[in-house]
Design a protein around this ligand. Structure first.
Ligand code: GAL
Length: 430
Protein backbone atom coordinates (compact mmCIF):
# COMPACT_ATOMS: atom_id res chain seq x y z
CA UNK A 1 0.00 0.00 0.00
CA UNK A 2 2.76 2.41 1.06
CA UNK A 3 4.74 1.56 -2.10
CA UNK A 4 1.63 2.05 -4.20
CA UNK A 5 1.14 5.52 -2.74
CA UNK A 6 4.84 6.33 -3.21
CA UNK A 7 4.79 5.36 -6.90
CA UNK A 8 1.52 7.25 -7.47
CA UNK A 9 3.12 10.32 -5.85
CA UNK A 10 6.22 9.95 -8.01
CA UNK A 11 4.04 9.70 -11.11
CA UNK A 12 1.97 12.75 -10.10
CA UNK A 13 5.16 14.73 -9.33
CA UNK A 14 6.57 14.00 -12.79
CA UNK A 15 3.30 14.99 -14.50
CA UNK A 16 2.92 18.22 -12.51
CA UNK A 17 6.57 19.16 -13.09
CA UNK A 18 6.14 18.59 -16.81
CA UNK A 19 2.97 20.75 -16.95
CA UNK A 20 4.55 23.56 -14.90
CA UNK A 21 7.69 23.60 -17.07
CA UNK A 22 5.67 23.64 -20.27
CA UNK A 23 3.37 26.41 -18.94
CA UNK A 24 6.40 28.55 -18.09
CA UNK A 25 7.99 27.96 -21.49
CA UNK A 26 4.83 28.73 -23.44
CA UNK A 27 4.12 31.84 -21.28
CA UNK A 28 7.62 33.11 -21.90
CA UNK A 29 7.26 32.51 -25.61
CA UNK A 30 3.85 34.25 -25.67
CA UNK A 31 5.09 37.34 -23.81
CA UNK A 32 8.12 37.54 -26.12
CA UNK A 33 5.86 37.36 -29.17
CA UNK A 34 3.51 40.01 -27.71
CA UNK A 35 6.34 42.35 -26.86
CA UNK A 36 7.35 42.26 -30.55
CA UNK A 37 3.88 43.64 -31.44
CA UNK A 38 2.98 47.30 -31.48
CA UNK A 39 0.28 46.91 -28.81
CA UNK A 40 0.32 49.03 -25.63
CA UNK A 41 1.23 47.48 -22.28
CA UNK A 42 -2.39 47.20 -21.22
CA UNK A 43 -3.47 45.60 -24.53
CA UNK A 44 -0.60 43.14 -24.25
CA UNK A 45 -1.62 42.18 -20.71
CA UNK A 46 -5.22 41.66 -21.82
CA UNK A 47 -4.17 39.50 -24.78
CA UNK A 48 -1.78 37.54 -22.59
CA UNK A 49 -4.49 36.64 -20.08
CA UNK A 50 -7.08 35.87 -22.75
CA UNK A 51 -4.60 33.44 -24.35
CA UNK A 52 -3.62 31.84 -21.04
CA UNK A 53 -6.23 29.00 -21.27
CA UNK A 54 -4.70 28.08 -24.63
CA UNK A 55 -1.26 28.03 -23.04
CA UNK A 56 -2.50 25.70 -20.34
CA UNK A 57 -4.07 23.45 -22.95
CA UNK A 58 -0.77 23.26 -24.82
CA UNK A 59 1.04 22.51 -21.59
CA UNK A 60 -1.03 19.42 -20.85
CA UNK A 61 0.73 16.13 -21.64
CA UNK A 62 1.32 15.60 -25.35
CA UNK A 63 -0.56 13.09 -27.53
CA UNK A 64 -1.27 9.87 -25.81
CA UNK A 65 -0.72 6.62 -27.62
CA UNK A 66 -4.31 5.43 -27.40
CA UNK A 67 -4.02 3.09 -30.42
CA UNK A 68 -6.64 0.80 -28.95
CA UNK A 69 -4.18 -2.13 -28.92
CA UNK A 70 -2.87 -4.52 -26.26
CA UNK A 71 -5.88 -4.21 -23.98
CA UNK A 72 -4.51 -7.43 -22.49
CA UNK A 73 -0.75 -8.21 -22.45
CA UNK A 74 0.46 -9.16 -25.97
CA UNK A 75 1.11 -12.86 -26.57
CA UNK A 76 3.29 -14.34 -29.28
CA UNK A 77 6.72 -15.67 -30.20
CA UNK A 78 10.02 -13.79 -30.67
CA UNK A 79 13.19 -15.08 -32.32
CA UNK A 80 15.83 -13.57 -30.03
CA UNK A 81 16.10 -15.79 -26.92
CA UNK A 82 16.72 -18.96 -28.95
CA UNK A 83 18.05 -17.84 -32.34
CA UNK A 84 19.69 -14.43 -31.76
CA UNK A 85 21.01 -13.27 -35.18
CA UNK A 86 20.32 -16.57 -36.89
CA UNK A 87 16.99 -15.51 -38.41
CA UNK A 88 15.63 -16.18 -41.90
CA UNK A 89 12.42 -16.32 -43.85
CA UNK A 90 12.37 -20.12 -43.60
CA UNK A 91 12.80 -20.04 -39.84
CA UNK A 92 10.00 -17.51 -39.33
CA UNK A 93 7.64 -19.43 -41.61
CA UNK A 94 8.27 -22.72 -39.88
CA UNK A 95 7.88 -21.16 -36.43
CA UNK A 96 4.60 -19.56 -37.55
CA UNK A 97 3.46 -23.02 -38.74
CA UNK A 98 4.40 -24.42 -35.33
CA UNK A 99 2.45 -21.71 -33.46
CA UNK A 100 -0.60 -23.14 -35.20
CA UNK A 101 0.18 -26.89 -35.10
CA UNK A 102 1.25 -26.82 -31.42
CA UNK A 103 -2.09 -25.33 -30.38
CA UNK A 104 -0.42 -22.10 -29.27
CA UNK A 105 -2.48 -19.94 -31.61
CA UNK A 106 -5.63 -21.44 -30.12
CA UNK A 107 -4.26 -20.76 -26.65
CA UNK A 108 -3.95 -17.03 -27.50
CA UNK A 109 -0.46 -16.55 -28.99
CA UNK A 110 -0.80 -14.06 -31.81
CA UNK A 111 2.32 -12.07 -32.74
CA UNK A 112 5.27 -13.69 -34.54
CA UNK A 113 8.13 -11.21 -34.09
CA UNK A 114 11.55 -11.15 -35.79
CA UNK A 115 14.06 -9.52 -33.47
CA UNK A 116 17.43 -8.01 -34.44
CA UNK A 117 19.44 -8.87 -37.60
CA UNK A 118 16.79 -9.04 -40.33
CA UNK A 119 18.03 -5.73 -41.79
CA UNK A 120 21.34 -5.06 -43.51
CA UNK A 121 21.43 -1.61 -45.10
CA UNK A 122 19.51 1.35 -46.51
CA UNK A 123 19.19 1.95 -50.26
CA UNK A 124 20.10 5.28 -51.92
CA UNK A 125 16.67 6.65 -50.95
CA UNK A 126 17.09 5.68 -47.33
CA UNK A 127 14.69 2.71 -47.48
CA UNK A 128 15.56 -0.04 -45.03
CA UNK A 129 16.63 -3.29 -46.73
CA UNK A 130 16.13 -6.80 -45.34
CA UNK A 131 19.02 -9.25 -45.70
CA UNK A 132 18.49 -10.48 -49.31
CA UNK A 133 20.10 -13.89 -48.63
CA UNK A 134 18.05 -14.65 -45.55
CA UNK A 135 14.80 -13.00 -46.66
CA UNK A 136 14.85 -13.49 -50.46
CA UNK A 137 11.14 -12.83 -50.88
CA UNK A 138 11.13 -9.69 -48.73
CA UNK A 139 9.09 -8.65 -45.75
CA UNK A 140 5.73 -8.13 -47.45
CA UNK A 141 5.64 -11.76 -48.63
CA UNK A 142 6.64 -12.96 -45.16
CA UNK A 143 3.96 -10.81 -43.51
CA UNK A 144 1.40 -12.21 -45.95
CA UNK A 145 2.46 -15.74 -45.04
CA UNK A 146 2.18 -15.09 -41.29
CA UNK A 147 -1.20 -13.41 -41.79
CA UNK A 148 -2.43 -16.37 -43.86
CA UNK A 149 -1.93 -18.50 -40.73
CA UNK A 150 -4.31 -16.28 -38.77
CA UNK A 151 -1.37 -14.67 -36.93
CA UNK A 152 0.12 -11.19 -36.72
CA UNK A 153 3.62 -10.13 -37.71
CA UNK A 154 6.17 -8.10 -35.78
CA UNK A 155 9.55 -6.60 -36.46
CA UNK A 156 12.44 -4.94 -34.57
CA UNK A 157 14.34 -1.68 -34.85
CA UNK A 158 16.27 0.72 -32.66
CA UNK A 159 15.93 4.37 -31.63
CA UNK A 160 19.66 4.93 -32.22
CA UNK A 161 21.78 5.03 -35.35
CA UNK A 162 22.44 1.28 -35.15
CA UNK A 163 20.72 -1.69 -33.53
CA UNK A 164 22.45 -3.64 -30.76
CA UNK A 165 23.88 -5.97 -33.44
CA UNK A 166 25.12 -3.01 -35.50
CA UNK A 167 22.41 -3.10 -38.16
CA UNK A 168 20.92 0.23 -39.35
CA UNK A 169 18.77 1.86 -36.66
CA UNK A 170 15.78 4.16 -37.22
CA UNK A 171 17.21 7.43 -35.92
CA UNK A 172 16.34 10.15 -38.44
CA UNK A 173 14.27 7.66 -40.50
CA UNK A 174 11.36 7.17 -38.09
CA UNK A 175 8.53 8.30 -40.37
CA UNK A 176 10.02 6.62 -43.45
CA UNK A 177 10.47 3.35 -41.57
CA UNK A 178 6.98 3.46 -40.05
CA UNK A 179 5.47 4.01 -43.51
CA UNK A 180 7.50 1.08 -44.81
CA UNK A 181 6.40 -1.19 -41.94
CA UNK A 182 2.76 -0.26 -42.59
CA UNK A 183 3.18 -1.01 -46.31
CA UNK A 184 4.67 -4.42 -45.47
CA UNK A 185 1.78 -5.21 -43.10
CA UNK A 186 3.66 -5.07 -39.80
CA UNK A 187 1.48 -5.32 -36.66
CA UNK A 188 4.07 -4.98 -33.86
CA UNK A 189 7.33 -3.05 -33.44
CA UNK A 190 9.94 -3.77 -30.78
CA UNK A 191 12.13 -0.69 -30.51
CA UNK A 192 15.54 -0.99 -28.84
CA UNK A 193 17.87 1.60 -27.27
CA UNK A 194 21.42 0.77 -28.40
CA UNK A 195 23.60 3.54 -29.88
CA UNK A 196 21.16 6.25 -28.81
CA UNK A 197 23.94 8.76 -28.13
CA UNK A 198 22.64 11.75 -26.15
CA UNK A 199 18.96 11.40 -27.09
CA UNK A 200 16.28 11.81 -24.42
CA UNK A 201 14.40 8.53 -24.16
CA UNK A 202 10.84 9.90 -23.85
CA UNK A 203 11.37 12.38 -26.69
CA UNK A 204 13.02 9.80 -28.91
CA UNK A 205 10.42 7.05 -28.38
CA UNK A 206 7.65 9.65 -28.88
CA UNK A 207 8.94 10.33 -32.41
CA UNK A 208 8.42 6.68 -33.36
CA UNK A 209 5.07 6.65 -31.52
CA UNK A 210 3.95 9.58 -33.70
CA UNK A 211 5.39 7.97 -36.84
CA UNK A 212 3.50 4.73 -36.18
CA UNK A 213 0.27 6.64 -35.55
CA UNK A 214 0.83 8.65 -38.74
CA UNK A 215 1.34 5.43 -40.75
CA UNK A 216 -2.36 4.73 -40.35
CA UNK A 217 -1.83 1.06 -39.47
CA UNK A 218 -2.53 -0.22 -35.94
CA UNK A 219 0.92 -1.29 -34.71
CA UNK A 220 1.66 -2.43 -31.15
CA UNK A 221 4.60 -0.37 -29.88
CA UNK A 222 7.01 -2.29 -27.62
CA UNK A 223 9.68 -0.15 -25.92
CA UNK A 224 12.99 -1.74 -25.01
CA UNK A 225 15.21 0.70 -23.12
CA UNK A 226 15.87 -1.88 -20.37
CA UNK A 227 14.25 0.23 -17.65
CA UNK A 228 17.22 2.57 -17.84
CA UNK A 229 15.18 5.78 -17.65
CA UNK A 230 12.22 4.43 -15.63
CA UNK A 231 9.81 4.11 -18.57
CA UNK A 232 6.96 3.21 -16.19
CA UNK A 233 6.94 6.91 -15.26
CA UNK A 234 6.59 8.27 -18.80
CA UNK A 235 5.84 5.54 -21.33
CA UNK A 236 2.14 5.06 -20.63
CA UNK A 237 1.42 7.68 -23.32
CA UNK A 238 4.15 6.41 -25.62
CA UNK A 239 4.09 2.61 -25.87
CA UNK A 240 1.90 -0.41 -25.24
CA UNK A 241 4.62 -2.15 -23.24
CA UNK A 242 8.04 -1.26 -21.94
CA UNK A 243 10.90 -3.49 -20.86
CA UNK A 244 11.35 -2.90 -17.17
CA UNK A 245 14.93 -4.22 -16.91
CA UNK A 246 17.90 -5.89 -18.58
CA UNK A 247 17.93 -9.05 -20.69
CA UNK A 248 16.49 -12.24 -19.23
CA UNK A 249 18.73 -15.31 -18.93
CA UNK A 250 17.65 -18.96 -19.01
CA UNK A 251 18.45 -19.18 -15.30
CA UNK A 252 16.53 -19.24 -11.99
CA UNK A 253 18.75 -16.89 -10.03
CA UNK A 254 21.77 -15.06 -11.29
CA UNK A 255 24.62 -13.37 -9.52
CA UNK A 256 24.06 -10.43 -11.87
CA UNK A 257 20.94 -8.44 -11.09
CA UNK A 258 18.07 -8.68 -13.56
CA UNK A 259 18.95 -11.88 -15.40
CA UNK A 260 17.50 -14.66 -13.27
CA UNK A 261 13.74 -15.26 -12.95
CA UNK A 262 13.65 -14.32 -9.27
CA UNK A 263 15.87 -11.26 -9.79
CA UNK A 264 13.50 -9.98 -12.49
CA UNK A 265 10.57 -10.81 -10.22
CA UNK A 266 11.95 -8.70 -7.36
CA UNK A 267 12.48 -5.74 -9.66
CA UNK A 268 8.96 -5.94 -11.11
CA UNK A 269 7.34 -6.38 -7.70
CA UNK A 270 7.63 -2.63 -7.18
CA UNK A 271 6.02 -1.63 -10.48
CA UNK A 272 2.45 -2.95 -10.18
CA UNK A 273 0.76 0.44 -10.05
CA UNK A 274 2.00 1.39 -13.54
CA UNK A 275 0.48 -1.49 -15.53
CA UNK A 276 -3.00 -1.61 -17.02
CA UNK A 277 -4.93 -2.23 -20.25
CA UNK A 278 -2.92 -0.83 -23.18
CA UNK A 279 0.27 -0.22 -21.19
CA UNK A 280 2.26 -3.02 -19.53
CA UNK A 281 5.49 -3.59 -17.66
CA UNK A 282 7.52 -6.09 -19.70
CA UNK A 283 9.81 -8.29 -17.58
CA UNK A 284 11.19 -9.71 -20.89
CA UNK A 285 10.39 -12.63 -23.15
CA UNK A 286 9.94 -16.19 -21.92
CA UNK A 287 12.76 -18.71 -21.59
CA UNK A 288 10.38 -21.67 -21.10
CA UNK A 289 11.75 -24.62 -23.10
CA UNK A 290 15.26 -23.29 -23.76
CA UNK A 291 16.90 -25.94 -21.58
CA UNK A 292 18.61 -23.96 -18.80
CA UNK A 293 15.99 -24.58 -16.10
CA UNK A 294 13.96 -27.51 -14.80
CA UNK A 295 10.30 -27.93 -15.72
CA UNK A 296 9.38 -27.02 -12.13
CA UNK A 297 11.24 -23.74 -12.61
CA UNK A 298 9.69 -23.15 -16.03
CA UNK A 299 6.22 -23.61 -14.52
CA UNK A 300 7.12 -21.03 -11.87
CA UNK A 301 8.49 -18.65 -14.54
CA UNK A 302 5.23 -18.94 -16.52
CA UNK A 303 2.96 -18.64 -13.45
CA UNK A 304 4.84 -15.59 -12.16
CA UNK A 305 4.72 -13.86 -15.56
CA UNK A 306 0.94 -14.47 -15.55
CA UNK A 307 0.55 -13.03 -12.04
CA UNK A 308 2.60 -10.00 -13.19
CA UNK A 309 0.26 -9.42 -16.18
CA UNK A 310 3.38 -9.71 -18.33
CA UNK A 311 3.43 -9.99 -22.12
CA UNK A 312 3.79 -13.71 -22.93
CA UNK A 313 6.28 -13.89 -25.80
CA UNK A 314 7.56 -17.44 -26.11
CA UNK A 315 11.30 -17.54 -26.87
CA UNK A 316 11.95 -21.23 -27.58
CA UNK A 317 11.99 -23.38 -30.73
CA UNK A 318 8.33 -24.29 -31.16
CA UNK A 319 9.02 -26.82 -33.93
CA UNK A 320 10.34 -29.54 -31.65
CA UNK A 321 8.91 -28.80 -28.23
CA UNK A 322 8.74 -31.59 -25.67
CA UNK A 323 5.11 -32.30 -24.66
CA UNK A 324 5.65 -31.02 -21.10
CA UNK A 325 6.99 -27.68 -22.43
CA UNK A 326 4.02 -27.39 -24.77
CA UNK A 327 1.77 -28.12 -21.83
CA UNK A 328 3.32 -25.27 -19.82
CA UNK A 329 3.05 -22.73 -22.64
CA UNK A 330 -0.54 -23.69 -23.49
CA UNK A 331 -1.97 -23.94 -19.97
CA UNK A 332 -5.21 -22.09 -20.66
CA UNK A 333 -6.08 -21.60 -17.00
CA UNK A 334 -2.79 -19.81 -16.30
CA UNK A 335 -3.06 -17.85 -19.56
CA UNK A 336 -6.57 -16.75 -18.53
CA UNK A 337 -5.03 -15.15 -15.42
CA UNK A 338 -2.43 -13.33 -17.54
CA UNK A 339 -5.11 -12.15 -19.95
CA UNK A 340 -7.70 -11.17 -17.34
CA UNK A 341 -9.68 -8.15 -18.52
CA UNK A 342 -9.18 -6.14 -15.32
CA UNK A 343 -5.51 -5.86 -16.28
CA UNK A 344 -4.26 -5.56 -12.72
CA UNK A 345 -0.65 -6.54 -12.14
CA UNK A 346 -0.31 -8.89 -9.16
CA UNK A 347 1.57 -8.12 -5.95
CA UNK A 348 3.68 -9.90 -3.41
CA UNK A 349 1.37 -9.91 -0.37
CA UNK A 350 3.49 -11.98 2.00
CA UNK A 351 7.14 -12.93 2.36
CA UNK A 352 8.67 -15.16 4.96
CA UNK A 353 12.30 -15.78 3.99
CA UNK A 354 12.20 -17.85 0.80
CA UNK A 355 8.44 -18.42 0.96
CA UNK A 356 6.19 -15.93 -0.79
CA UNK A 357 2.52 -15.34 -1.58
CA UNK A 358 1.55 -13.41 -4.71
CA UNK A 359 -2.00 -12.32 -5.44
CA UNK A 360 -3.79 -10.72 -8.35
CA UNK A 361 -7.38 -9.41 -8.38
CA UNK A 362 -9.41 -10.74 -11.31
CA UNK A 363 -12.29 -9.21 -13.20
CA UNK A 364 -14.93 -11.51 -11.67
CA UNK A 365 -13.96 -10.54 -8.11
CA UNK A 366 -11.88 -13.64 -7.45
CA UNK A 367 -8.12 -13.77 -6.85
CA UNK A 368 -5.32 -15.61 -8.59
CA UNK A 369 -2.74 -16.69 -6.03
CA UNK A 370 0.78 -18.05 -6.46
CA UNK A 371 2.54 -19.74 -3.55
CA UNK A 372 6.25 -19.50 -4.40
CA UNK A 373 9.05 -21.45 -2.77
CA UNK A 374 12.46 -19.91 -3.56
CA UNK A 375 14.24 -22.16 -1.06
CA UNK A 376 16.15 -25.43 -1.39
CA UNK A 377 13.62 -27.72 0.33
CA UNK A 378 9.94 -28.48 -0.11
CA UNK A 379 7.89 -26.29 2.23
CA UNK A 380 4.32 -25.65 3.33
CA UNK A 381 3.07 -22.18 2.28
CA UNK A 382 -0.11 -20.56 3.52
CA UNK A 383 -2.16 -17.77 1.92
CA UNK A 384 -4.60 -16.17 4.29
CA UNK A 385 -7.72 -14.38 3.10
CA UNK A 386 -6.79 -11.07 4.71
CA UNK A 387 -3.52 -10.97 2.75
CA UNK A 388 -5.36 -11.36 -0.54
CA UNK A 389 -7.98 -8.76 0.34
CA UNK A 390 -10.87 -11.03 1.41
CA UNK A 391 -12.77 -11.06 4.73
CA UNK A 392 -11.51 -13.77 7.08
CA UNK A 393 -14.78 -15.71 7.28
CA UNK A 394 -15.49 -15.75 3.57
CA UNK A 395 -16.13 -19.18 2.06
CA UNK A 396 -14.25 -19.46 -1.19
CA UNK A 397 -13.70 -22.19 -3.76
CA UNK A 398 -10.06 -22.97 -4.52
CA UNK A 399 -8.99 -24.40 -7.87
CA UNK A 400 -5.50 -25.62 -8.77
CA UNK A 401 -4.51 -24.21 -12.19
CA UNK A 402 -1.72 -26.73 -12.86
CA UNK A 403 -3.59 -29.82 -11.61
CA UNK A 404 -6.78 -28.52 -13.28
CA UNK A 405 -8.68 -29.61 -10.20
CA UNK A 406 -11.17 -28.05 -7.75
CA UNK A 407 -9.72 -28.41 -4.28
CA UNK A 408 -12.91 -27.59 -2.35
CA UNK A 409 -14.18 -24.69 -0.26
CA UNK A 410 -12.05 -22.97 2.36
CA UNK A 411 -12.46 -20.21 4.93
CA UNK A 412 -9.72 -18.00 6.36
CA UNK A 413 -6.80 -19.55 4.49
CA UNK A 414 -5.44 -22.10 2.07
CA UNK A 415 -2.12 -23.86 2.34
CA UNK A 416 -0.17 -26.30 0.20
CA UNK A 417 3.14 -28.09 0.03
CA UNK A 418 5.39 -26.44 -2.58
CA UNK A 419 8.57 -27.99 -4.04
CA UNK A 420 11.90 -26.17 -4.13
CA UNK A 421 11.83 -23.43 -6.84
CA UNK A 422 8.21 -24.38 -7.51
CA UNK A 423 4.80 -22.82 -7.27
CA UNK A 424 1.25 -23.82 -6.48
CA UNK A 425 -1.07 -21.61 -8.47
CA UNK A 426 -4.76 -21.37 -7.62
CA UNK A 427 -7.81 -19.18 -8.03
CA UNK A 428 -9.77 -18.28 -4.91
CA UNK A 429 -13.40 -17.61 -5.85
CA UNK A 430 -15.94 -16.38 -3.25
C1 GAL B 1 18.78 -6.13 -26.58
C2 GAL B 1 17.37 -6.51 -26.17
C3 GAL B 1 17.15 -7.96 -26.51
C4 GAL B 1 17.38 -8.16 -27.99
C5 GAL B 1 18.76 -7.67 -28.39
C6 GAL B 1 18.96 -7.71 -29.89
O1 GAL B 1 18.99 -4.78 -26.32
O2 GAL B 1 17.19 -6.27 -24.82
O3 GAL B 1 15.85 -8.37 -26.14
O4 GAL B 1 16.38 -7.47 -28.71
O5 GAL B 1 18.96 -6.34 -27.96
O6 GAL B 1 20.21 -7.23 -30.26
Amino acid sequence: MKKNVTSALELAKTAVLRIVTRTLCYSLWLSQELSKSIATGRQMKKTFFSLLPLVLLLALPARSLDNGLAKTPPMGWNSWNKFACNVSEDLIKSEADAVVSSGMRDAGYQYVVIDDCWQVARDQNGNIQPDPQRFPHGMKALADYVHSKGLKFGIYSDAGTQTCQKRPGSRGYEFQDARQYAAWGIDYLKYDWCNHSTQDSAASYSIMRDALLASGRPIVFSLCEWGSTKPWLWARDVGNLWRSGGDIGDVWESPKEGLGIVNILDHNAELYSFAGPGHWNDPDMLEVGNGGMSNVEYRSHFSLWAILAAPLMAGNDLRNMAPDIREILTNKEVIAVDQDALGEQGRRVAKNGDLEVWSRALNDGSRAVVLLNRGKDTAQIEADWKQIGFPEHLRAAVRDLWEHRDLGEFTEKFSASVPSHGVVMVTVRP
